[in-house]
Write a protein that binds this ligand. Structure first.
Ligand code: ZN
Length: 491
């Protein structure tokens, strides 16, 4: 690998040079969604962040096994050990089978991810399909002495574990602080300490999602699925575990404790967390009315939205910030992202029109590629990559206007930089991709339609001319009439 990638490890709180355990293979696990509702911006950010990492590692030549799970059981309300299962609750409200809810929202999640050009992971395991593995993991934790059975449920013994290891190593919390700040909840009498967390819960009679186990008919706790499935598919030592910052505690902290209790050593080498998205400075939340689903963004159908935003605008908006900084959503910010994306796309499309010269300009175009790599190598700084691409865009525009000259090699290099960083690594969808790579035939067909429209206009056949324009608009084309005829582009 010629490029030296550094990533920020949340566990050590340092930027570290990325050295995989078994190069060229890389194992990467990211916590996926709990599928009981439509995806929102908060889902888009980890998906896009780790898609960027997946794409970049692949670009560098690593063979990445990317596991992203689907949580379809055991995630209780308020991320606590009590309350209704989020999926079961939705199923009850909708009068559906829980697995119908899971399938419905998994399909919708996939559709949204595809629209955002997020590559599918190598393996997408579901918690409900790994009950045997989870029971096996719980047995091992019981054997190690860091868990206890209580009334048919099994809990992790945090205080005992903390005597031998360090509970709070990831989130930098200490147990006294946790004991002081954790509320006493009803129905937690089964636990020895209020900081303990459930590995297995005995199901109440009305609970539908239940499986037999040595302890009771019940269901696994939320955290054990990720320990079980990551170790199953990536081994008991693997490279990267990612997720949103909101998962760092308790979910990932509990995962580390479970992993250590099972394997007696550190399982994950690098922990990575993307920061959160706020809406007009506020945390997103259903009760705050600022909870906007991805579909609502794509169609503009939420009262807070002044227009619709394309999936690529959302993707570009997220990549405009470094993944560890917060991003604040507002219509103004998204509109700025939309314009920025359009400008870069226009610059790229103009490369072919630059007249070739024998003399290169003073701009260091070759240096630009390494600058983009340097930004990616610096903990995936996509914000800086975009700034460099904007520099490239400015050079293209100046060359088109005749202010600077570019050689054939300069042009090829510029095109190449865009292909590599804009499309392959940052995953911005090229129009050619959406037309099956056959842009020429596609473009000719649209030009022909515009030609027919032009003739209709000349014959004052307004019905035909309007019809073509309206149908093209419906199909997603923007038509602009200029003095040299009509121009089109995909909206
Ligand atoms: Zn997880």
């Amino acid at each position: 690998m010629q490029q030296k990638l550094s990533i920020y490890n949340t566990l050590t709180r340092k930027k570290e040079v990325f050295e995989p355990l078994h190069a060229p293979h890389v194992g990467m696990y990211v916590c996926g969604p709990t599928v009981y509702g439509d995806g929102h911006l908060g889902h888009a950010r980890p998906a896009i962040t780790f898609d960027l990492l997946f794409r970049y590692l692949t670009h560098l030549g690593y063979k990445v096994r990317y596991v992203r799970n689907i949580t379809d059981v055991g995630h209780l309300e308020n991320d606590a050990d009590e309350g209704e299962d989020k999926i079961e609750k939705k199923a009850r409200l909708e009068q559906l089978e829980p697995m119908e809810i899971v399938q419905y929202y998994t399909n919708r999640y996939h559709k949204a991810m595809e629209a955002l050009n997020v590559l599918p992971p190598s393996i997408e395991p579901r918690a409900s399909g790994h009950i045997i593995e989870q029971i096996g993991a719980i047995k091992k934790i019981l054997e190690s002495g860091y868990a206890y059975e209580s009334n048919g449920s099994v809990y992790f013994d945090v205080e005992k574990y903390n005597k031998d290891y360090d509970y709070g190593i990831l989130s930098h919390r200490n147990i006294e602080e946790m004991l002081n700040t954790t509320r006493d909840l009803d129905g937690q009498e089964e636990k020895r300490s209020k900081v303990d967390f459930a590995l297995w819960k005995k199901a109440t009679p009305e609970h539908i999602m239940r499986w037999p186990s040595p302890w009771s008919d019940g269901f696994p706790g939320w955290h054990i699925e990720c320990s079980s499935m990551s170790i199953k598919y990536l081994g008991n030592e693997f490279d990267i575990h990612g997720g949103g910052l909101d998962l760092m505690f308790p979910h990932h902290e509990c995962e580390i404790a479970q992993n250590t209790a099972i394997e007696k050593h550190r399982v994950v080498k690098y922990w990575m967390h993307n920061n959160m998205i706020t809406v007009n400075g506020q945390k997103m939340g259903k009760s705050l009315g600022n909870f906007i689903t991805l579909d609502e963004f794509f169609t503009g159908s939420h009262e807070m939205l002044t227009q619709e935003y394309s999936p690529m605008t959302i993707r570009f908006f997220i990549l405009q910030a470094h993944y560890r900084s917060t991003v604040d959503f507002s219509n103004e910010a998204l509109q700025a992202a939309e314009k920025g994306l359009e400008r870069l796309m226009d610059s790229y499309n103009r490369i072919k029109k630059i007249p070739i010269s024998d003399t290169s300009c003073a701009l260091d175009i070759k240096g630009l590629r390494q600058k983009c790599y340097d930004a990616m190598n610096d903990d995936l700084n996509s914000a800086v990559v975009i700034a460099h691409l904007c520099e490239a865009g400015t050079a293209i525009n100046s060359a088109c206007a005749g202010n600077i000259t570019l050689t054939k090699e300069d042009k090829e290099e510029l095109e190449n930089i865009f292909d590599t960083f804009f499309f392959d690594i940052m995953g911005i969808r090229n129009v050619e991709e959406t037309t099956g790579g056959n842009m020429d035939a596609f473009g000719k067909a649209i030009d022909m339609l515009l030609d027919i429209r032009q003739k209709a206009k000349e014959n004052k056949d307004w019905a035909t001319s309007d019809h073509i324009r309206n149908e093209l608009a419906k199909a997603g084309f923007e038509i602009k009439d200029g003095k040299d005829g009509a121009e089109w582009k995909l909206k």
